[in-house]
Design a protein around this ligand. Structure first.
Ligand code: PXP
Length: 260
């Protein structure tokens, strides 16, 4: 059995920008949210510069890049985004599918159908020293394709599992979790670093953190939603605690999420 490595938390600040843009001013500032998340113990920041700029703006990405922590730049595989990423030079880029009409990233990348199209993005970003991940469905076919295009990292889409739990589809949820478990194990065989994310909350983050191959979770919507009630720092701290518990580590935090 794989010995569990430390699991990192990347906090996605997109929805702080969604709130700011709803009013059209400067508040709340996603960079301030990123600073608070880091102060609360997050390991990195994630942000998605969408084609329609509905939340994160180009200037936000530049400011996030200047923070003293790894930035994971989520982007569609387009020439425009590639140019921006090569200028900003974030620590990492996660290639995601993007549809203008979707509310959030609905499924994983079509790595199988898009093999030839994605390959140059992976190589150009990698050659620039940027760690590339592919946001994929937890399937053996998608993983084999990711290996073929030499992606060093994949992020497994946890959305279908989380949605099945939310809608009380117990059988489906169990099947989706089994897919995630098998895919995580397969990444190890293929020598690909494994991340996961989408739709996670305290409970699902705790459960998925138990899969020892997963070394990073990227979480946004739930943390921002929870922050409305308990504050962002407390929300991030509780998430770190949930992940530590799932990992079987002694939590660095007390039961209420404060540092012990
Ligand atoms: N990972 C990826 C690749 C995503 O596209 C998103 C959503 O932007 C997330 C993680 C975070 O999902 P959520 O906001 O549901 O936590």
């Amino acid at each position: 059995m794989t010995p569990a490595r430390k699991i990192r938390l990347g906090v996605n600040v997109d929805h702080v920008a969604t709130l700011r843009n709803a009013r059209g001013g400067l508040l709340p500032d996603p960079v301030r949210a990123a600073q608070m998340a880091l102060a609360a113990g997050a390991d990195g920041i994630t942000a998605h510069l969408r084609e329609d700029r509905r939340h994160i703006q180009d200037e936000d990405m530049k400011r996030l890049r200047d923070l003293p922590a790894p930035l994971n730049f989520e982007m569609a595989a387009t020439e425009q985004m590639l140019d921006i990423a090569l200028k900003i030079r974030p620590h990492a880029c996660c290639l995601v599918p993007e549809k203008r009409t979707e509310r959030t990233t609905e499924g994983g990348l079509d790595v199988i159908g898009g093999l030839d199209r994605l390959k140059p993005f992976v190589s150009e970003l990698s050659n620039a020293g940027i760690r590339v991940s592919l946001f994929i469905e937890p399937s053996p076919e998608a993983l084999a394709a990711a290996k073929e295009i030499k992606a060093p990292v994949v992020e497994l889409h946890t959305g279908a599992w989380c949605h099945a739990l939310e809608t009380d589809e117990t059988v489906k949820a169990a099947a989706e979790f089994a897919r995630l478990r098998a895919a995580a194990a397969e990444t190890e065989r293929l020598g690909i670093e494994c991340h996961a994310g989408h739709g996670l909350d305290f409970d699902t983050a705790r459960q998925i953190a138990a899969l020892p191959q997963i070394v990073e979770l990227n979480i946004g919507h739930f943390l921002v939603a929870e922050a409305v009630f308990i504050g962002l720092e407390a929300s991030v701290r509780r998430m770190i605690q949930a992940m530590s518990l799932g990992r079987g580590e002694t939590s660095p935090l007390s039961d209420d999420g404060e540092r012990a």
